[in-house]
Design a protein around this ligand. Structure first.
Ligand code: ARG
Length: 545
């Protein structure tokens, strides 16, 4: 079922032929929506706008939805939704287990590539953003009835393991005794060693070859380091309360065996060509090709993504692919999509989207880093927010701050501002929800029964609240389509605002009879939508704060 504003739009459009561009009325006396469509048509038709408006109003059949239409000022048409329509729409929402979220009539299989940290390194803020944003997409698309397959494309293969394994052997270390932080220290020592010692660098290179050749001892150390890393990531995921599970790991190493086949296939069909010793795919519009095998016969990041995409479409049967990776990789993904389209791995009807995101900045406006100028670990960041608030509130603060500004924008990590319970923050929304829960508890204590239906909606503040509630499903659909979570944030913030105006203007527990019952039902509906909406952002809504 579409929301009231879109139902209205559709009906008006069938008469006007052009988008009526419904706007919320600027004042309650103008009803709920206004349109200047008559004024726009009057220009093209060369007629007085009020006359055009009268003509439209006469043709419109909206008796079931609206009070009699009014023409105002120079030719605006004002629409006032009948209060019983508002009431029944809000009541339907309450009765709907999906809270108005439209279920896809053709559910898709959506593969979302997100988080993707690198082994033997702790997650940094970039991975934080990817994890939070991807988690939100996962929740939204799942709520719409799609099948979501998360793929955590961790960096668990590559040259760095040459030096890591070699350093482990040099130090006579039992890698099983390390944790992720310890593995990261090892990484740093190995890196320093590599720079200072030619002979070590040579051995590290040879070790890469051994790793690729499947040397048993090398593989064992590699596997241990990867396992340690995963355990560390899992602990962070649990701390972040995200949906990612161990089964979602699909790291780079998983595609190793497929890489030669992909190269052969591309070469055999003339899609890849040998270029200066390397195997390359040129894509129209890109000067540099994708290198799918370098001149030494090695495979890299590009071909791994080609193989991964082919697997996701071919084996996982994805209809839609979403990659949540920092904006600095925009070019990489365009090129990979280009290669895969050309190769037929990515058929026309499968949608592939790279969702980039900006950086996290410190309060000094610079790229977020520690006092020593090194990259901040995600756990440090969580610690910092938790210094300001309880863990579930700190998490809400971080997630909301991350999702509520446009994804492309850099955002400032200001723990104090983010955790504030006033303003456009996660904790403010949690607080709004908890306040409603408190009212419901009081009603319960007074043994007032909350009805299933909203029956009376006479006050403008009640009507505005009901109108907003009816838009929830549409907003969720919009986020699933455009992958812009800030639209849901803005909506929830508006909803909390509308609720607080309602609460100021319309006594709930102090009113009586049907009015009280209906207002309580409206509170309950608001609570449900806030809870569900926050849930889609990955934010939990505690009943008490
Ligand atoms: N591990 C990479 C990084 O930390 C991100 C991988 C993103 N996903 C992909 N399919 N390339 O930058």
């Amino acid at each position: 079922m579409s929301s009231l504003p879109s139902q209205l739009t559709e009906r008006v459009m069938s008469v006007t032929g052009i988008d009526p561009e419904m706007r919320p009325a600027t004042k309650p006396q103008f009803g709920h929506f206004q349109s200047n469509v008559a004024m726009r048509l009057a220009k093209t038709e060369g007629k007085p706008p009020r006359e055009v408006a009268a003509g439209i109003v006469e043709k419109l059949e909206l008796d079931d939805l609206c009070e009699p239409l009014e023409i105002a000022g120079p030719g605006f048409i004002n629409f006032r939704i009948k209060s019983e329509v508002l009431a029944s729409t809000a009541s339907e929402l309450m009765a709907d287990p999906n809270v108005g979220i439209v279920q896809a009539d053709q559910p898709q299989t959506v593969v979302i590539d997100y988080s993707a940290p690198n082994a033997a390194k702790q997650m940094h803020v970039g991975h934080l953003r990817s994890t939070i944003i991807g988690d939100c997409f996962n929740r939204v698309l799942t709520a719409q009835g799609h099948t979501v397959i998360p793929q955590n494309h961790i960096g668990d293969w590559g040259r760095q393991f040459g030096m890591l394994v070699e350093q482990t052997l040099d130090e006579g270390l039992d890698p099983a005794e390390l944790d992720l932080a310890g593995a990261e220290e090892l990484y740093k020592r190995a890196n320093a060693h590599l720079k200072a010692d030619e002979a070590f660098a040579d051995r590290a290179r040879e070790r890469v070859v051994k790793l690729q050749a499947g040397d048993e001892q090398t593989l064992k150390i590699w596997q241990t380091l990867v396992d340690i890393s995963k355990r560390g990531f899992d602990a962070t995921y649990r701390r972040m309360n995200v949906l990612l599970q161990p089964k979602d790991y699909a790291g780079e190493s998983m595609y190793n065996a497929m890489l030669p086949k992909v190269c052969d296939d591309l070469e055999a069909r003339g899609i890849a060509k040998v270029d200066a010793g390397a195997l390359a795919v040129f894509v129209d519009g890109y000067e540099a090709p994708a290198i799918i095998r370098n001149s030494q016969g090695g495979y890299g990041y590009d071909v791994t993504d080609v193989a991964a995409l082919r697997y996701r479409v071919g084996e996982l049967h994805a209809n839609r692919l979403i990659y949540v990776v920092g904006s600095e990789q925009t070019h990489h993904f365009k090129l990979i999509f280009g290669v895969c389209r050309k190769a037929g791995y990515l058929p026309e009807e499968v949608r592939a989207e790279h969702v980039g995101y900006g950086m996290v900045l410190g309060t000094d406006g610079k790229k977020f880093s520690t006092r020593e100028g090194t990259a901040v670990h995600l756990d440090d960041l969580l610690d910092e927010a938790e210094a300001q608030a309880a863990p579930n509130i700190a998490l809400a603060a971080i997630k909301y701050a991350d999702l509520s500004s446009g994804l492309q924008k850099d955002y400032t990590f200001d723990a104090e501002r983010m955790t504030a319970t006033t303003g456009d923050t996660g904790p403010y929304l949690q607080y709004a929800h908890a306040r409603i829960c408190q009212i419901m508890r009081r009603a319960e204590a007074e043994q007032i029964v909350v009805p299933e239906a909203i029956s009376v909606l006479d006050e403008p503040a009640e009507q505005q609240l009901a109108l907003l509630l009816s838009r929830f499903g549409e907003v969720v659909a919009e986020v699933g389509e455009s992958l812009q979570p800030h639209k849901l944030c803005t909506y929830l913030y508006e909803l909390a605002g509308a609720y607080s105006s309602f609460y100021e203007q319309c006594p709930v527990l102090k009113s009586e009879g049907e009015v009280r019952a209906s207002r309580l039902a409206l509170c309950q509906a608001t609570r449900t939508v806030l809870d569900k909406g926050l849930g889609l952002l990955g934010i939990d809504a505690p009943e008490r704060m």
